[in-house]
Design a protein around this ligand. Structure first.
Ligand code: WTA
Length: 656
């Protein structure tokens, strides 16, 4: 497999977008919001940077602590410890705390399955389920510090399992249900999980995703796993291995309804979540308890201007960070009512989301630009069929939102009434970092606007120089924040190298951006070899490594090609082993192979066979050339470092 050569220089980060429209916050919003004006924002922001410890200490009152911390922050670049000496429990904060008020009988989770069944769990009911499953985990030999893999469809048992882990101090590692058995196996092994929680299957666009079958395959090569707990969701037959596999519904029958929450250190590992980087191996991003919970809770309240009456719906799958922070921890820590939906947005018809919003009277709706672009393509007749008047706030996350999609979202879904919060953040940042505050910040379509209080961002060149207004550069964060990742599980060196050494002394996001004359941030997307496919992060190296694991493939280079709906489409340039000939069958076989190795989300949109890949004299694949070729069929940039010009010529010809 090839090594990675980030060959984009800052001079290439140019933005051509010029957006003049500005939308002030609606007046009624500004009147009653948590943060009501830019003056108030500026005041908070200044305080947060001038006296960070006082600021964060005051904010931390939002959580319930068993023991108060003695030191707000210990910062030893790149390692942070927040609220040192404090003890708390995330599950207690998300559940128990709401039981001694009227919220006890408030809906915590309103769940709808794809086939249409609805289940509602009040906070009291959620408490009981979480406690019972926590007791099950204990009985299965799980205790503080153990890792538990969770591979589930979007059913209430998923957040219940996460909160049960948090309750007893086990560290969960949720693996998105769309990942393959191989991907699951690698993640289980990296974290050495002792137990797997799964389901027989889940529903997606009318068909069953057979999760237990994938688990069976994965568990053939996972020495650390002792047991597996299976939720009955679809009812289809599954193999249950005696002594290893147990049904959830049977186990919870025989345990107690109460389980005291463990008093955990503020820095106790809450979860590991794998995300793509620039090498083939996914990184286990580690988040801990106190700082993470505080910043997700706080940003949920600020950015979504959360109120007790809200029906809040974040459409992300819990298998991604957005689901962790803004379906589970942030909203539940605030005692919110969360809507959770199992299936596809276009099942049975392309108006399923709008129908859900109408029927459940959703007030806050948070989704991804790729979804919005699909809605646009499906046509506005679908949302127009429904009463969306309950909506009061719209959010966007996962990739840059193009101004056209932003305007459509505002007009067709928000009827011009609802503020839009375009929230920039990452798996690594844990919580929203740059975003409008809906009652305060005037918005510009396509800009995530300003950093939230406590967040100090900047745009820098590779050598660390801060650039001027509208000049492109690397987006960095210049001081630690509570919900920041703590390390890469099992690879602290990689953590230091990838995040804190690219630009001396600051956190490197991997995104290119510019800041305009009003201090608004315009994020342009990744500058490394990570591509954003339908709002999902994929390392091109992961797809390459899957491709070269096929016996027919000698070398592969994968790049993103701008795509109207998906953001990026996956284009793979492949050279074959001697004796193999390109064919349509092989092309399909390679696509299937990638799906098997990673999952359907990584399926290449296009595979191009070639005799050779363009390389520099030092042997690095010149991805920039391939990107240009994939996008427009021509190469305009500098090719002086190219080792063999004929390769490029051939690639061009192959295209024609
Ligand atoms: C991109 C998802 C522009 C960005 C929460 C980032 C965005 C990566 C935005 C993280 C946004 C996320 N505007 N780009 N509002 N939100 N991104 O880890 O490239 O899955 O680095 O976290 O998504 O993706 P991740």
């Amino acid at each position: 497999m090839s090594t990675i050569s980030p060959d984009r220089s800052t001079s290439e980060i140019k933005s051509v977008l010029h957006e003049e429209r500005i939308f002030p916050p609606p007046e009624d919003f500004a009147r009653s919001a948590h943060i009501r004006s830019m003056e108030e924002y500026e005041r908070l922001y200044a305080e947060s940077l001038n006296s960070p410890e006082t600021f964060w200490a005051r904010m931390a009152e939002k959580l319930h602590w068993f023991t108060r911390w003695h030191t707000v922050l210990e910062w030893n670049l790149p390692h942070a410890r927040w609220f040192v000496g404090g003890t708390l429990n995330a599950s207690y904060n998300c559940v128990d705390r709401h039981l001694n008020s009227w919220r006890r009988n408030k809906a915590a989770i309103i769940w709808e399955g794809e086939p249409g069944e609805v289940r509602t769990l009040t906070y009291q009911q959620l408490y009981r389920e979480v406690c019972r499953f926590a007791n099950v985990l204990k009985r299965m030999g799980i205790s503080r510090g153990d890792r538990v893999a969770i591979y589930m469809p979007m059913v209430p048992e998923l957040p219940i399992a996460m909160l049960a882990c948090a309750r007893i101090g086990a560290t969960h590692s949720v693996v998105f249900g769309g990942f393959s058995a191989e991907a699951l196996r690698d993640r289980i092994n990296d974290a050495r999980c002792k137990l797997v929680v799964t389901a027989d299957g889940g529903w997606r666009r009318g068909s069953e995703v057979r999760l237990k079958a994938a688990v069976d395959e994965a568990l053939q090569q996972t020495p650390s796993v002792e047991r597996c707990i299976v939720v009955r969701r679809t009812g289809s037959p599954v193999r249950m291995e005696p002594g290893r596999d147990f049904w959830w519904h049977e186990l919870v029958e025989t345990v107690d309804d109460h389980c005291p929450p463990e008093e955990l250190d503020s820095e106790h590992p809450l979860y590991i979540l794998y995300t793509s980087g620039t090498t083939g191996k996914p990184k286990g991003i580690l988040h801990t308890t106190g700082g993470y919970l505080l910043q997700t809770a706080l940003t949920t309240e600020w950015v979504f201007d959360l109120r007790d009456e809200d029906i809040y719906w974040c459409t992300a799958d819990i298998g991604w960070v957005t689901g962790h922070s803004y379906v589970v921890y942030g909203p539940l820590a605030n005692g919110a009512t969360v809507l959770m939906y199992e299936g596809a947005p276009n099942y049975p018809e392309p108006d399923r989301f709008w129908e859900l919003i109408e029927r459940h009277r959703v007030t806050i709706f948070y989704t991804a630009p790729t979804a919005i672009r699909s809605f646009i393509r499906w046509g506005e007749q679908w949302p127009l069929k429904h009463d969306l008047s309950s909506l009061r706030l719209l959010g966007s996350v996962g990739e840059p939102i193009n101004p056209e999609a932003w305007m459509w979202y505002r007009e067709v879904i928000g009827k011009g009434r609802c503020p839009i919060v375009d929230t920039w953040w990452q798996t690594e940042t844990g919580a929203i970092m740059i975003s409008p505050l809906p009652g305060a910040t005037p918005t510009k379509p396509g800009s995530a606007t300003r950093p939230l209080p406590g967040v100090e961002a900047d745009i820098r060149t590779k050598d660390g120089r801060s650039v001027g207004p509208n000049e492109g550069g690397y987006l960095v964060i210049t001081r630690p924040w509570p919900s920041m990742m703590r390390t890469i599980w099992g690879d602290d060196e990689r953590y230091r190298k990838q995040y804190w050494s690219e630009i001396e002394g600051v956190y490197f996001t991997g995104d290119g951006a510019r800041r305009d004359e009003d201090g608004y941030y315009w994020v342009m997307g990744r500058v490394d070899d990570v591509i954003n496919v339908s709002g999902h992060r994929l390392g091109t190296a992961e797809v390459e490594s899957a491709l070269v694991s096929h016996e027919a493939v000698a070398e592969a280079a994968v790049v993103g090609r701008p795509d109207e709906i998906k953001g990026s489409a996956i284009v793979a340039f492949v050279t074959l082993e001697a004796g193999r000939t390109p064919s349509e069958e092989l092309r399909e076989e390679l696509k299937r192979h990638v799906v098997k190795e990673i999952g359907a989300l990584a399926r290449p949109d296009e595979i191009r066979f070639t005799d050779a890949l363009p390389k520099t004299r030092s042997g690095k694949i010149m991805r920039r050339l391939l990107r240009e070729l994939a996008a427009s069929g021509v190469v305009r940039g500098d090719t002086t470092t190219l080792e063999d010009f004929s390769v490029l010529e051939k690639l061009r010809m192959e295209e024609e």
